[in-house]
Design a protein around this ligand. Structure first.
Ligand SMILES: Cc1cc2nc3c(=O)[nH]c(=O)nc-3n(C[C@H](O)[C@H](O)[C@H](O)COP(=O)(O)O)c2cc1C
Length: 208
């Protein structure tokens, strides 16, 4: 089983990475493979709403989004990490996730795969960012993995994040909870438990 950890920070080895690494190490101890997916520091376009992905399951722009979608097909779950930027998620990450999750509405490859958000901030805006990220999962039929506290760490440097002992413990608990859920889903599949039946989707725009 494999989890992809998306680092939505431009800092490859910064605070968000430090939090994600704690989750990753815990998953490794539970025999779950991990792969980091770095968004890096290059600009990333937001969604243009052209609808191509609804037909093809892929974005017409050839960049990190399609790269991720290919990897996501093989993965069993995801952790999306973001630094807090002005009390919300980093712009590059929301551009990325808007496109990934809109494409998923066409392809459904993320559905029923457990997911979690992880947030790093210096001081404020962490829970607003956490809410923002969880909204992607909860509109996509994805089980959300929780921890003993909201999945946050505090710090302006990796060293400061490592000193946030409660935050780091929250990350380890998240890793263990993710591993438990993945193993439970695997056991359920082996027993023949099927994915839920879906109704034909009703899509209204508040027009009667
Ligand atoms: C543009 C920008 C905006 C920020 N806004 C906030 C904020 O609203 N609240 C906060 O606590 N920290 C804020 N920070 C600090 C970062 O969230 C914090 O240092 C974070 O841990 C950095 O994670 P990283 O090293 O993974 O990028 C901001 C940083 C930047 C660059």
């Amino acid at each position: 089983m494999k989890i992809i950890l998306v680092n939505g920070s431009p800092h490859e080895k910064g605070c968000t990475y430090t939090a994600l690494s704690e989750v990753a190490q815990t998953l490794n101890k539970q025999d779950i493979k991990v792969e980091f997916f770095q968004l890096g520091s290059k600009p990333l376009s937001g969604c243009l709403g052209c609808g191509t992905c609804q037909e093809t399951g892929k974005c017409f722009m050839k960049d990190l989004v399609n790269e991720f979608m290919e990897k996501a097909e093989e993965a069993d779950g995801f952790v999306f990490g973001s630094p807090v930027h002005f009390a919300s998620a980093a712009g590059n990450l929301t551009s990325f996730m808007d496109r990934v999750f809109f494409a998923n509405m066409g392809s459904g490859i993320l559905e029923y795969k457990p997911s979690a958000a992880v947030v790093s901030c210096r001081r404020g805006g962490a829970t607003a960012t956490f809410d923002r990220l969880n909204k992607y999962f909860t509109i996509s039929n994805m089980p959300v993995v929780s921890s003993q506290y909201w999945n946050l760490v505090h710090g302006n440097t990796p060293e400061e994040v490592r000193k946030d002992l409660e935050g780091m413990q929250t990350m380890r608990t998240l890793g263990n909870n993710m591993a438990w859920l993945l193993k439970s889903i695997k056991a359920g599949k082996a027993l023949g438990i099927q994915y839920p039946e879906k109704e034909t989707r009703i899509f209204t725009n508040f027009i009667r």
